[in-house]
Design a protein around this ligand. Structure first.
Ligand SMILES: Cc1cc2nc3c(=O)[nH]c(=O)nc-3n(C[C@H](O)[C@H](O)[C@H](O)COP(=O)(O)OP(=O)(O)OC[C@H]3O[C@@H](n4cnc5c(N)ncnc54)[C@H](O)[C@@H]3O)c2cc1C
Length: 435
């Protein structure tokens, strides 16, 4: 098995045949069995895997086709990464209108999971900024799908469509202007979940970017304590500030056991919470480390050891979010199986364009759990029941284990979506949640 065909959580592991695609692709190669596009493997579970089948590796499809520095329209092949795009457009005063927490994802991957960022409440998902793309099907047919002309539904099926409707060969994106490379950032330490919700509500009106880190092991009156971050682009010209130094450290190898465990998690969470003695701190930050804080550490996923880890991301609707998030955090804190990265954020009301897009109004919670065996799976099953009872949904891009009931209940359009699936395309995730 090739390490580079894994998903980011390194769980589950799967055997694949790998076929690399290159730029100016006009037809899919002949493939025995089923195929699935594979971008840069930054999905955590099995939505980018096709066990026993073929992965169509798209990183070679990385050509820029056109960029208009006046309108901010960019056309590029689907294997270009967000980092590639930023390198081209940021020096010209443009940026991605929506970016996930890493720039190491491809345009095709960002479309297929309709990814979101810290400004969801203002700008929606990645798919809201896709103007058009080309879809190549296994029967050799090609169609250009446009956001503003989607009578047949191919655009809505492919945005958030988990790579199953065909291969996106190129996409046209509408970028956004930025005044420079800096952000004005305010970090506010908060002591409870109630404080998070009131900070979030107020900040959504005043700030473009909002997100909170929470101490997922805090209990009692401190339940849900953390740091709330809100930020806006600073009014500076790009050329006035130097580009951020990008230190590339890397985990050189996989340690024999997870470095994230009960011994390290509790002190980390407590220290991280108290790292900022003042309740409020304002700073000016370079936008790259702000948006993609872990990109400077290569292969950081290796620190979870050979068994890998599971990311858990859910969204709970506004009416049930406060009680639901409290119930989730209580169960996690009781179990002692915490996470370094526990992120809480409120989504806005903009309806997603994709039939299977994850973002919807409400509060989203994301956590990483080391794969410590049955205990973690039992915990996640309990969390699923809380999410289900609250009318919430789990994020396929982060998932390796949700039940078919959990998926079908939270994604009621899945059967209508099925008619858009390319008959030769499949994934481990899709078979698990539908068969
Ligand atoms: C550190 C980190 C932070 C993250 N933060 C966020 C976040 O803030 N918000 C968020 O939404 N997500 C986040 N993610 C998840 C990530 O953005 C998504 O999983 C993304 O889809 C990964 O893109 P990829 O190019 O690596 O694609 P892969 O993971 O390889 O594949 C993802 C899906 O895209 C499909 N696909 C890939 N290329 C094509 C193509 N050309 N045509 C059709 N289908 C294709 C695949 O079949 C698969 O279904 C994060 C991931 C990491 C590792």
């Amino acid at each position: 098995m090739r390490d580079d065909g894994d998903s980011w959580g390194r769980y589950p592991r799967a055997e694949h045949t790998h076929v690399s695609l290159h730029d100016r692709l006009h037809a899919l190669p002949e493939i025995a069995g089923s195929a699935l596009p594979y971008g840069n493997g930054r999905s955590y579970g099995d939505s980018c895997q096709n066990p026993g089948g073929t992965l169509l590796r798209t990183r070679g499809l990385d050509r820029f086709i056109a960029f208009d520095p006046v309108s901010g329209r960019l056309q590029c092949e689907a294997g270009a990464t967000l980092e590639d795009i930023i390198s081209l457009v940021l020096p010209q005063g443009w940026f991605l209108p929506v970016t996930p927490g890493t720039s190491q994802v491809t345009v095709g991957g960002a479309i297929a999971n309709d990814v979101h960022g810290k400004n969801h409440h203002r700008c929606g998902n990645f798919g809201h900024h896709v103007v058009a793309f080309e879809l190549l099907r296994s029967d050799g047919s090609r169609r250009v799908c446009r956001a503003d002309d989607d009578a047949e539904g191919w655009f809505a099926a492919t945005v958030g469509g988990l790579g199953l409707t065909g291969l996106v060969t190129w996409a046209e994106l509408q970028l956004r202007r930025v005044p420079g490379t800096s952000l004005e950032v305010e970090n506010i330490r908060f002591g409870s979940l109630a404080e998070f919700f009131s900070l979030s509500e107020a900040s959504a009106l005043t700030h473009e970017y909002t997100v909170a880190w929470i101490d997922c092991l805090a209990r009692g009156r401190s339940l849900g304590r953390g740091h709330f971050t809100r930020a806006d682009h600073a009014a500076q010209r790009a050329e006035e500030r130097p580009t951020a130094p990008r230190r590339r450290l890397a985990m050189p190898l996989t340690p024999p056991i997870s470095l994230v465990n009960r011994l390290t998690l509790r002190p980390f969470n407590a220290l991280y919470y108290w790292r900022q003695p003042a309740r409020r701190k304002r700073s000016v930050a370079h936008l790259l480390p702000f948006f993609h804080p872990l990109d400077s550490i290569g292969h950081w996923n290796r620190m979870y050891g050979p068994a890998g880890f599971l990311q858990y991301q859910c969204v709970l609707p506004p009416a049930t979010a406060a009680d639901g998030v409290a119930a989730l955090l209580q169960d996690i804190a009781r179990s002692g199986q915490g996470s370094f990265l526990a992120v809480l954020k409120q989504f806005g009301d903009t309806p997603s364009r994709g039939m299977l897009s994850f973002p919807r109004p409400g509060t989203t919670l994301a956590l990483d759990f080391p794969n410590s065996g049955p205990a973690v799976f039992q915990l996640l099953d309990r969390l699923d029941r809380i999410v289900d009872a609250a009318g919430g949904a789990l994020y396929p891009a982060k998932d390796a284990r949700m039940s078919s009931h959990a998926f079908q209940h939270a994604y009621p359009h899945w059967q209508a979506f099925s008619r858009f699936i390319d008959p030769r395309f499949s994934s481990g995730f899709w078979r698990r949640v539908t068969e």
